[in-house]
Ligand binder design. Structure first.
Ligand code: SAM
Length: 351
């Protein structure tokens, strides 16, 4: 069969871009860890100045800065030989908590790479790989990558799109955040709605311990608490709102979780389900966002579900139709897409 040279060249061009991105990812993680982006955000610098500012070795730093410039992550002025961050680069790389802050995403990639040996084993055996079995980079990376989206959207955009929920939270409501991880979403809601009581549940004990410390640091420990519990049997009832952020598809038994959420809600309560954005058909998810999610789903979400009872393996690209099925099987009678972002589906279920 004759090779189509033009197609091969196209593919190799794509490969060079991809390889550059993968190799560059490690430099982002180390730059973030050492505060190099934050140091450069203080002002344009030559290598020596930034090395002094960040207490790093100038020769290594020159190579790192060159890699950043080649990747478009910093600007380089050949006349002054200075490196700098544009406003936009600083916003995304140096401003912890900005809505566009991205270094956390690359910590997730680190965890994926570290999981390769385990993943190779489970892909043969069909066994699971629990969330808790990953490197801690996954837990910190997830929090840092997801938090900016919650800060930007949760209180100002998502909650107001739910039927009557904002008013109830303002007046004082009981809220459970299930699968809360490090508790970023729980704490953001608690800060916005001081009259409401919040409890965050997650089966992963180290995440719950982290969430408790974060609540204390944020000054909301009086109205938020965190407990180790599973989605399918967390304690409490008569909740006005139960929320699940980016975790329903990670669960082994999402239908069991749905049924338990249904039982724990007041009759007029609301279940907020935030899931990765996905269309219903594979062919409609074959795009850059789908690429990120399917890759993470292969290493993280699908084996996490497989590691638990039932092992439903919804995957991170389940899509609205599949999620509706889960929610309906759990006993909910109303289900709708409240809103969406390029990264998230925001779904509302009512008993
Ligand atoms: C992708 S993380 C999302 C964490 C958090 N909601 C956030 O948005 O930052 C998925 C979380 O689901 C939790 N999880 C998975 N299965 C669970 C289950 N059956 N019950 C409770 N938590 C679960 C994991 O421990 C993990 O913290």
């Amino acid at each position: 069969m004759a090779l189509n040279e033009a197609k091969l060249n196209d593919f190799m061009g794509r490969f060079v871009g991809d390889l550059g991105a993968v190799m560059h990812a490690a430099t982002i993680v180390v730059g973030d860890q050492l505060g190099l982006y934050k140091g450069l955000a203080e002002g344009p610098s030559d290598v020596e100045t930034l090395a002094r500012r960040t207490e790093t070795d100038p020769r290594y730093l020159r190579e790192w800065l060159s890699a950043q410039a080649a990747s478009g992550y910093v600007e380089y002025d050949p006349v002054t030989r200075q490196f700098s961050l544009s406003e936009e680069q600083a916003f995304a790389l140096a401003e912890e908590g900005s809505p566009a802050f991205i270094p956390g995403a690359f910590q997730i990639a680190v965890a994926q790479f570290k999981a390769i040996p385990k993943m190779a084993r489970v892909m043969r055996s069909g066994l699971g790989l629990g969330w808790h079995e990953h490197d801690t980079a996954l837990f910190h990376g997830t929090e840092r990558f997801f938090r900016p989206g919650y800060v930007a959207n949760l209180v100002s955009n998502w909650i107001p799109k739910l039927d009557g929920v904002e008013a109830r939270l303002q007046a004082g409501a009981r809220v459970a955040d299930v699968g809360c991880g490090h508790g970023a979403s729980t704490i953001i809601m608690a800060q916005a709605f001081p009259k409401s009581d919040f409890v965050g549940f997650d089966y992963h004990e180290p995440s719950i311990e982290h969430a408790r410390r974060a609540a204390t640091e944020a000054g909301v420990a009086d109205r938020v608490h965190f407990e180790v519990a599973r989605a399918q049997d967390f304690p409490g009832n008569s909740y006005d709102l139960v929320a699940v952020f980016d975790c329903l598809h990670d669960m082994g038994d999402p239908v069991g979780a749905a049924a338990h959420v249904r039982a724990s809600l007041k009759p007029d309560g609301t279940w907020l389900i935030v899931e990765p954005f996905a269309n219903d058909r594979l062919e409609d998810n074959l795009n850059p966002v789908g690429r990120v999610f399917y890759s993470a789903s292969t290493f993280i979400c699908t084996p996490a579900s497989r590691s638990q009872e039932v092992g439903a393996c919804l995957g991170a690209q389940a899509g609205e139709a599949r999620l509706r099925d889960v929610v309906t099987q759990g006993g909910f009678s109303r289900f709708r897409r409240a809103t969406e972002t390029p990264f998230n589906l925001v779904l509302e279920a009512r008993p």
